[in-house]
Design a protein around this ligand. Structure first.
Ligand code: NAP
Length: 302
């Protein structure tokens, strides 16, 4: 795009929230651009094997659902820009968004939908073995562990979904959770209990990940050692807001303070999807956030 051009809305992020915002903003006849960190991205949903709670689809592969969202935006003529937004300034009601490659895009409103990234466990060995037995995405890397033993760490929906997915590939899957009760859905816990090759280990805290060239075992704080070739870490997400300090109000855990309208503490800066303060982080709420934020942005621009 022309560097002197000022867009109506710059949407940051091409997950379900960003794509929904793009569809609504485009249909409201606004000039928009979607900036995305990864070429042809659809967000975290692409890493989800099966989505079975998005209305209208009792079972759909996450990648396929993401592609359907993206095609919808593309069919409307939405344009995309690949870049990592790392600076935000506002002068005379115009937002200047700076990107890591040195480019700047200007817009009268920003809808920020950058989502969240995988939290790390923080134990010894974890960083050393990333890509050599430590993974944060079962759907992306699970195939490397076909016929082998793997551990999944976490007790939320991601960990439960990962364990279910891996149970169809791996010889044995250990699900390691630090408490007795699971945070994720009871239905998934039940399905895992019915799997013969899944062992659920609760009240267990990982101490370190051991290996040679690649991972060989997971050590627990109680002294147990679990021999595995793969360790899938699914201990939650961290909002991608590191460049927003001082730009917009964040809560104590880094999420952008905003309700379902997407309105934030900074005029003309809207937040949608997993990156904002909310109770339920799901595809359906991300999509609804995107729609709301686009409508809020359109109102603001009037
Ligand atoms: P989450 O719900 O925040 O769960 C994180 C899990 O990791 C918790 O069980 C937590 O234990 C555990 N944990 C955190 N830090 C840990 C540590 N240092 N050591 C060991 N365990 C640790 O995260 P999520 O599972 O990624 O899900 C994020 C959101 O996406 C949720 O709202 C979830 O419902 C949603 N989601 C939905 C679907 C779906 O519906 N298909 C799929 C995936 C995700 P505690 O329980 O003890 O805190």
């Amino acid at each position: 795009m022309n560097s002197s051009e000022v867009l109506d809305v710059l949407i940051i992020g091409s997950g379900p929230a960003g794509l929904a915002a793009a569809v609504y903003a485009k249909r409201a006849n606004l000039s928009i651009l979607v900036a995305e960190k990864e070429y042809l991205g659809t967000g975290q949903i692409a890493e989800t094997d099966q989505v079975d709670n998005y209305l209208g689809f009792s079972k759909i592969n996450g990648y396929d659902l993401g592609e359907a969202f993206r095609s919808h935006a593309e069919d409307l003529g939405v344009e995309f820009f690949e870049g990592m937004a790392d600076g935000f300034e506002k002068t005379d009601d115009i937002w200047s968004v700076h990107f890591a490659d040195g480019q700047t895009i200007r817009a009268r409103a920003v809808i920020y939908c950058a989502g969240a990234s995988h939290r790390h466990l923080g134990v010894d060995g974890e960083e050393d073995y990333i890509g050599k037995g430590v993974s944060y995405c079962a759907v992306c890397d699970g195939a490397f562990y076909r016929g082998k033993d793997a551990a999944v760490i976490g007790g939320g929906d991601t960990a439960l979904g990962d364990a279910l997915y891996l149970s169809d590939l791996c010889d044995k899957v250990y699900l390691i959770h630090r408490r007795e009760e699971f945070r994720g859905s009871a239905a998934s816990v039940q399905r895992l209990k019915e799997k013969e090759n899944v062992e659920i280990i609760t009240s267990a805290v990982p101490a370190r990940i051991n290996g040679e060239q690649t991972v060989t075992a997971l050590e627990l704080k109680d002294g147990r050692t679990i021999p595995v070739s793969g360790t899938f870490v699914a201990v939650g997400m961290q909002p991608q807001t590191e460049y927003l300090h001082g730009v917009v109000e964040l809560d104590e855990t880094g999420y952008i303070v905003a309700d379902e309208t997407g309105v934030t503490s900074a005029a003309g800066f809207f937040a949608a999807g997993d990156v904002r303060t909310k109770a339920l982080r799901q595809v359906v709420t991300a999509v609804s956030d995107g729609a709301n934020a686009a409508v809020s942005a359109a109102e603001y621009l009037k």
